[in-house]
Ligand binder design. Structure first.
Ligand code: SF4
Length: 215
């Protein structure tokens, strides 16, 4: 069983979990995307969106293929719902990511665009190296991760931007194929661990714009 996220996938030998980027090889779920991002950009930090850290700075942003949600409104579906062999991927080990972030004067590195927890090991190693170079390691996440790996990641995580897509299990089930309670648990853990956290609530008219629910 893969214990990284609340899906707890159990698949046959040689098969992949829901996210399509972790494969069962002899009972161990291996990442198929380590060091191989399909999206690499330099963005303003406000695009992540972070509004309360490093204002007006540049952030080295990356993503691999795959996601543990299937949001019907995803704007990055071409990579989030793709298998790694369906995207054009760069060869960019963590050391190279740090080198490029420095070269382009980025004060932070963001794992973003898809759900970054599915490339956990890559994000973790980038954070470990960034820590030594005084570069912030940040992420934009759906918060759908189990508590043990999340707490371990917090050691090398400076800030998290978490999507709280709705305050409704029904919405999560029907529109994202995920669930709300693990996301709320993630928010609690980030607070406990003292990680700077900002919340995004993307409003989709008629789906999650009930004012009472938002309040
Ligand atoms: S990370 Fe991927 S393989 Fe692991 S439980 Fe989540 S969806 Fe399944």
């Amino acid at each position: 069983m893969c214990t990284l996220c609340p899906r707890h996938c159990v698949v046959e030998e040689g098969k992949r979990g829901y996210c399509e980027v972790r494969e069962n090889r002899g009972g161990i779920y291996y990442s198929l995307v380590y060091g191989n991002p399909c999206a690499v950009h330099i963005d303003p930090i406000e695009k992540k969106p972070f509004f309360h850290i490093l204002p007006s700075s540049s952030v080295f942003s990356l993503a691999t293929a795959g996601c543990n949600f299937d949001c019907k409104f995803c704007q990055n579906w071409e990579i989030s719902q793709a298998r790694p062999e369906e995207t054009f991927n760069y060869e960019l080990p963590p050391e190279e990511v740090i080198k490029m972030a420095k070269e382009f004067h980025c004060s932070s590195i963001a794992s973003t665009y898809v759900e970054p927890m599915i490339f956990y090991e890559y994000m973790y190693d980038i954070g470990r190296l960034a820590y030594k170079e005084d570069i912030l390691n940040v992420c934009h996440s759906n918060g759908y991760i189990n508590s043990k790996p999340l707490r371990a990641l917090c050691k090398y995580l400076d800030a998290a931007c978490i999507d709280l897509k709705a305050f409704s299990e029904k919405f999560y089930r029907e529109v994202t194929e995920g669930s709300l309670s693990p996301v709320l648990e993630t928010l609690k853990i980030l607070r406990e661990e003292g990680i700077h956290t900002e919340i995004v609530n993307l409003v989709i008219p008629t789906k999650n714009d009930n004012l009472k629910m938002m309040k």
